[in-house]
Design a protein around this ligand. Structure first.
Ligand code: TRP
Length: 327
């Protein structure tokens, strides 16, 4: 059975892009693979977050994932910081990765920008990510397009390590989800829906209330030629609405477009489909967030399962590089 690992940062409320592009695929991955899903709280430390916000957001994300259908009976859900091997392996891998390699990471360049005080953790972020993946002998890593380069680096580090020290790590492949919809900003349909860009009307949170969803869909940017058709290049706003609709119904957006003549009718039905798709998740979210002790128990159980796998791999890597194992 394939082993899957993926991670998600607790850096704010999840939106439809995260949901249709990632989380919903995880829910199907857990049916077919041995899946590990990790809330990467250590990665979130690379941003300046208030400690209480980090704590709250980490637990909140766990609630959302559980509400979305991540099932602790079918996969392993845990917090990265609960498994110390991630940090331990990251150091060993830092001693394999090179400065030049990390300097070329486009995400680092974007995030560091011209900041005066760039955190070292932001620089070594991709090595910690490599540790997340390699610890679980993952062969599939479902990630968005923006993480492709980090995955390439992970493969590079794994191969180099295996060549230098002998076969230790499984070399993973990125699986960019087939059915994953690429969700664009509702106000700027030429760019991805993103939590890091301030676009409150362009972003629908998966916990948004029905009235907010209606409002945002109603105000979504389209065009004014008045013809409903699925054309990502010429009609990106409309295509985005059709993509969302398709993701809700599990139908081809182009087929859906044939059933509509007026933008207003389409928008009304898109809003309704989104509200209905999110309703069960939002209800379950209420249940989980009202019982944090239960969520903590689930995460503890996940951490126990994750540690069992991760510690074995860490030991293999520590032995390979010549660290003396404890008597
Ligand atoms: N860097 C990823 C992102 O921002 C999150 C992440 C951390 C991750 N560790 C991972 C994703 C391991 C996949 C596998 O989306």
């Amino acid at each position: 059975m394939a082993r899957v690992l993926s991670g998600i940062q607790p850096s704010g409320d999840l939106h439809l892009g995260n949901y249709f592009g990632a989380v919903r695929n995880w829910v199907s991955d857990q049916e077919r693979t041995d899946a590990f899903f990790c809330v990467v709280d250590l990665h979130a430390l690379t941003q300046s977050l208030d400690p209480e916000d980090l704590r709250r957001q980490s637990l909140d994300l766990a609630c959302v994932l559980l509400a979305a259908g991540i099932d602790p009976e079918k996969c392993t859900l845990f917090l990265q910081s609960h498994v110390p091997s991630h940090q331990q392996l990251a150091w060993i891998l830092e001693c394999s990765a090179t400065f030049g390699e990390l300097k070329r990471m486009t995400q680092f360049k974007d995030k560091a920008g011209d900041q005066e005080a760039v955190r070292v953790g932001l620089f070594t972020y991709p090595v910690l990510m490599a540790a997340d993946i390699l610890l679980y002998d993952a062969n599939e890593v479902p990630v968005g397009d923006d993480q492709r380069q980090h995955l390439e680096l992970t493969r590079e580090i794994a191969n180099r390590f295996n060549n230098r020290y002998g076969q230790t790590f499984v070399v993973p492949t990125a699986t960019i989800p087939k059915v994953g919809a690429r969700v664009m900003d509702l106000q700027h349909p030429e760019r991805k829906m993103s939590k890091s860009v301030n676009s409150p009307l362009g972003t629908i949170g998966i916990l948004d209330k029905p009235v907010e969803i209606e409002k945002k869909i109603k105000k979504a940017v389209t065009d004014n030629d008045g013809i409903v058709s699925f054309d990502v290049e010429a009609k990106p706003g409309l295509a985005n609405l059709l993509t969302l609709f398709g993701a809700c119904l599990g139908e081809d957006p182009e087929e859906i477009s044939k059933r509509y003549e007026r933008y207003g009718d389409l928008k009304k039905d898109v809003a309704e489909a989104l509200i209905e798709s999110l309703r069960p998740l939002q209800e379950r979210y209420q249940t989980f967030s009202a019982d944090i002790p239960e969520v903590l128990r689930i995460l503890h159980h996940g951490a126990l399962k994750a540690r069992e796998v991760a510690e074995v791999t860490y030991q293999r890597a520590a032995d390979a590089v010549g660290l003396v194992s404890e008597a």
